[in-house]
Design a protein around this ligand. Structure first.
Ligand code: NAD
Length: 384
């Protein structure tokens, strides 16, 4: 028996933010970061609350890749104000921090008299899909821990394309590749289903079509809307069927060397596709056939499974190149000696990552070392 969970309620499109005029609330906590304040996005939320005469407080110092100290800070703030509505406005980092704070407070304060707050997630990047996932990624020292629990799911997600227009090109590229990676990993996950496949196929087509436009012209609100919706649909898929080792390896790389999450995925994705497909061997795995199917959907040459996989690898590479992304890990400023020194530690983290069990091919330490070393130089097509 299988299950596909659909939560939260999603309001999307231009002016989706206006739903904040309808939500009942007496005491709101806005969780956000300094970029949201700088770009005036936090004001767009507080102006609505102010006009409605609703009391609110703002916690605006969440940092990228939140850690346990961030969560503890947030718990103190939220515990003292007891909001009935929590609004997380920001990228995956802000939404994950808010999720972890609400979740942790519910664990240590199972006070049945106090209802948990209504939780609204408003993503300002098109990347993680965190607004619809039961995941929260929190850093503990140099390790990113992936919390997975249905209680982490927001109640309402608001997808307003105007809120992503200010994302700079490099972050648009990183986060957009994260969307692609979510779709690719959900598509070949051991838990994949008709439901997740339908979402993943749509996402892959939308990313190849609209991401380069978002990168070139951030003000193109139609392209932004398509990528924002794609990000959310990818989240819907992977929250149900989980991910794979691109994410496990990326979490470790990001935790140890502070490579931004989407960029880490972009650096590793093609080499994982090649390994999952057994591209250097028979190229006849179930994952290989699914990658070839995606190539076919993208109108790329896919007369055979091998040709389809090769086409997908070339397309991933071309997308990265078009957006001027680094080819390999060595192009991100990581030093080769340090990389080699910390390889075993990263592989250990990746093996125990929550995303590893659903990867279509079970990895061992040797395989993960090989993938990291191939991704060091990048260029998966030539590598194989
Ligand atoms: P992010 O939230 O870390 O944001 C990246 C940068 O972009 C930050 O400096 C932020 O201030 C800035 N930014 C965000 N929105 C902006 C806007 N509209 N205009 C200008 N600048 C803006 O990046 P992210 O990729 O969205 O989130 C990454 C985090 O999410 C990582 O910790 C990753 O591990 C985690 N993650 C979570 C899930 C999940 O399901 N919960 C899934 C994948 C990744």
């Amino acid at each position: 028996m299988s299950e596909f969970l659909l939560k939260p309620r999603i309001r999307f499109g231009p002016d989706a933010l206006a739903i904040l005029n309808e939500l009942p609330a007496r005491n709101v906590m806005l969780v956000t970061d300094q970029a949201m304040v700088k770009f005036g996005l936090a004001d767009r939320v507080t102006q609505i609350l102010h006009a409605r005469g609703i009391a609110f407080q703002v916690w605006d110092d969440v940092v990228a890749d939140p850690n346990i100290a961030t969560v503890v800070r947030g718990m103190k703030r939220m515990d003292s104000s007891s909001p009935d509505l929590v609004i997380a406005l920001g990228g995956g980092s802000v939404i994950d921090a808010a999720k972890a704070v609400i979740f942790a407070l519910a664990q240590i304060r199972p006070d049945t008299r106090r209802e948990p707050p209504c939780f609204v997630a408003i993503p300002t990047t098109s990347g993680t899909g965190s607004e619809v996932t039961a995941f929260s990624v929190i850093k503990a020292h140099a390790e990113k821990l992936v919390l997975v629990d249905p209680l982490l799911l927001p109640d309402i997600a608001i997808l307003d394309p105007a809120l992503v227009a200010s994302v700079p090109p490099a972050i648009t590229a990183d986060t957009g590749m994260d969307v692609l990676c979510h779709a690719l990993e959900a598509y070949v996950s051991l838990a994949a289903s008709d439901f997740s496949d339908a979402l993943a196929e749509k996402v892959v087509q939308q990313v190849f079509r609209f991401l380069p436009t978002c990168w070139r012209n951030g003000g193109d609100l139609l392209a932004r809307e398509k990528m924002h919706n794609a990000s959310c649909m990818a989240g819907m898929a992977f929250t149900n069927v989980s991910l794979g080792i691109t994410h496990s390896l990326a979490h470790a790389l990001g935790g140890v060397f502070r490579v931004p999450h989407g960029r880490a995925n972009a650096l590793l994705m093609a080499d994982v596709v090649a390994w999952n497909a057994d591209y250097h061997g028979q190229c006849d795995t179930n994952a290989a056939r699914k990658y070839a199917r995606l190539a076919h959907l993208l109108d790329l040459p896919a007369a055979t499974t091998r040709q389809g996989v090769a086409s997908l690898l070339v397309a991933i590479q071309a997308l990265k190149d078009e957006m001027g992304m680094p080819a390999g890990i060595r192009d991100t400023g990581v030093l080769v000696d340090e990389f080699e020194q910390r390889l075993a530690e990263m592989v250990g983290q990746a093996l125990r990552d929550n995303c590893t069990p659903t990867n279509p091919r079970a990895p061992d330490a040797h395989a993960l070392i090989e993938i990291y070393r191939r991704a060091w130089t990048g260029n998966a097509v030539q590598n194989h």
